[in-house]
Each structure stands twice: as structure tokens, then as C-alpha cells.
Write a protein that binds this ligand. Sequence first.
Ligand SMILES: Cc1cc2nc3c(=O)[nH]c(=O)nc-3n(C[C@H](O)[C@H](O)[C@H](O)COP(=O)(O)O)c2cc1C
Length: 431
Amino acid sequence: MNNFSFLNDKPEYRSFAKDCIDAEAAFKNSYDSCVKLVRTALDAAIKWLYAAENKMPSDNLFDMIENAGLDKNLADKVHYCRKVGNAAIHNEQEFSADEAKQCLKNLFDLVQWIDARYGKNFTPRTFKSAENILQTELCGIKLNTPIFAASGTFGFGEEFESFVNLKRLGGVMVKCITLKPRRGNDGVRITETPSGMLNCIGLENPGVETFLTKILPRIKNKMNIIVNVSASSVEDYGKLTKLLDVDGIAAIELNISCPNVKDGGIIFGTDERQAAKVTQAAKKSTSKPVIVKLSPNVTDITKIALACESAGADCLSLINTLMGMDINIHTWRPTLGNITGGLSGGAIKPVALRMVWQVANAVKVPIIGMGGIRSVNDAAEFFLAGASAVAIGTTNFAEPSITMQIADDLEKYLRSCGLKNIRELIGKLKT
Ligand SMILES: Cc1cc2nc3c(=O)[nH]c(=O)nc-3n(C[C@H](O)[C@H](O)[C@H](O)COP(=O)(O)O)c2cc1C
């Protein structure tokens, strides 16, 4: 969007031009900042108007808008920006893309009105609201982009707030939650590998009660929250999903694929009947969409995928980490405290891509593809293979704003292909 750039050519508007341009530029990074900056810009524009009319300004913006000589319709639009801008400044509310866009549009109408009255060479302009070609939908959830943050690599989302516009993400799959708190595995939990990493965190988490009472209230309006859950019995998966059937949670992701703990669900992810039972138990206990996260540590992933789909899964996400290990040749001991760990990062991308392609050809439900995505090229490959959305995991550690970079680059890539929406890329692999 470049709706305010024409102000650069009109020195008479110097006192509010930069504020308008900054407000529009902030849209990508944070809707809240955008709304705040619109409030700053309109304050400057109204003051400019008072100066042009030789009227005495006051400290009260409400009164200034009322007495600025605007017609009722425009005054209402400007009051809207003032009101939501105040709410943003006092952190009373989190704002959506639509609300931020509305503020920019209203500010634009004010600027146009000023230019029509006082401008030297007035040209009527219309507000161009950039089509969000990444906007899509998954299991009824509206997504600003089809880019998620993968569970276990993004905390509870808030840790990344200064790097990422959380509302621009499709959602955050928060760290795995279990019924009781878990302290995770002892010893070394992470080691680097060529083009990837091995981890055996062991599902460390504060437990569902703390999540619901302490964490969820803090994060609930900041992003689409997908809660990743793990349990050691079918009944416990049911109990967990029931407890999480509350406001502020967009979907549940069943982790039936953690390779790093004996009771972490892997048994359910490697057996079709067990996978179906867990899916059914979750579906019965929640009104939320259920995403089942598949393990790559199987012979034929499509069998598990089909079993989950038949049992009612709304969506499948894949892949979790591949079982691996590393040995210290000086101590002759395993590097990781748990001996084995889960391999993630660039090294697993070809395997993940192959599995997404196989599963996409076998099921009808949408797929969230993940595994080694480091760039827009990687992401585009997953869409072509049939993923409706992608999730980024390990790359977040080295590049905390990678999700935003991929969103920006994906938009450019789609435009360069002449596509009007991300949906036009999904499953378009030519074989
Ligand atoms: C340190 C770490 C912790 C993880 N924790 C979880 C978890 O709690 N639940 C889960 O389903 N997947 C977990 N994963 C797997 C990731 O969500 C993702 O499926 C996997 O790492 C592949 O994606 P990537 O190569 O982009 O990291 C974890 C991965 C890493 C590296």
C-alpha cells in the first residue's frame, strides 16, 4: 500500500505527511502500531487544518474534530480513528488487520478532504486497499497468511512478539501441553547436526491447568492459538481436549508423534487403530477443529493419515521430527541425555516434502506441511506438493522473524507467477 506517498510531493503538508506514511508502513509489522500512528497522524492533520483556518487549536482532540468544519460522515470516521487510537495507546485492545485498514482508509478520507479544499493541484484519488493474496481459511479459521509457527519452537508466541506480527501468522502451535506439568528430560537436550538439529526436550511444559489459568489469558487475543497436546492414554487425550474446549483457542493439534518420551504419544502415531482411537476421543470431547500431527517414523504414513481422516480429523499436520542420534567419540557416550532425539531443520525437508505429497494424494482433509522450511522456495514446494498451509520450526531459533520474511517473499512469488491467491498454488505440482 502506498496511499499516502503523494504527500511527499506536497511540502505544504509536511507537518502530517510523515505521520501518515509511517502509519501505513506500520501495517505490515503490527496492526496495533498502525492504529496508534493513525491517531498521531490525524492529530497532526487536524492541527494543520486549524492553522490553515487561523483557528485556535485546543488540547482536546474530540473538540477539535467537532469544530473542524468536517461534515458529519467524515467527522464520524475521524472520531473512529481517535477512539481506537486511544484504545491502542492505552493497550486496552488488540486490533485486527481489518480494523487497522479501516483506520488508514478513514485517515486517507480526511487527507483527501484537506487536499480538495486547500491543495494546489488537487487530483481525486481512491484508497487502494492491497489485496491480501495470502489470506485464506483452514477448518473454518480465517488466516491472514497460511504460515504457522511449529510447536515447541515458538514458545507461547509472546516470546516472539518483538520479531513477528503475531496476527499476521496463520497461527501459533504453542508448546505441547499435557495433563500434568512435566519437567522434561535430563541431560543434554539439543545438539546441532549438519543442516539441522537433534532435540530430546521431553515435552517440558507447565501442564494444562497453568496453561488455562495463567498463560491463555495473557495470549488469547494476540494470535490464532493452536494448542498442541500429548497424553499417554486415549482417555487422557479426551480429557485434555475437553479441558481446552474454551474461548480463545482456535484449534487443537494432537501430538501423536513425539519420539522423545516413552509416554509422549508416539505409540498412537505409529499404529493406525490407535491413531484413529485418539482422533475419535478428541473429536468427541471438543467443538474445536482437531488437527492430527503425524510422525514420519513409520513405514507408510498414508495409512495413518487415512485412519485419522476416517476417524474425523479436520486437518493433518506433518511431519514431526525423525528419530536420530549422535555419539561423542571422545567419551564413547551418546551426546543426548535421552540417547536418541528428534531430527529437525533443513536436513529433513526432502523427507517431509515427500510425505506431504504422498498424504495429499491420499486424503481430502487439508494439510499443514512442515519440516525443514527455511525460505520461500521451501514453503512454495510444500504448497505445490499439496499443503494448504505451512509451519516453520527450527529456523525460528536462528532467524526469529523468518515467518514474516517468508510471508513477504511468498506474496512476491505469487505475484511473479500471476496468481491472485495462495489457494491457486496448492497441489499444483506437475508430474
Ligand atoms: C526443540 C523442538 C521442540 C519441539 N517440540 C514439539 C512439541 O512439543 N510438539 C510437537 O508436536 N512438535 C514438536 N517439535 C516438532 C516441530 O513442531 C516440527 O514438527 C519439526 O521440528 C519439523 O519442523 P522443522 O524442521 O521446521 O523444525 C519440536 C521441535 C523442536 C526442534
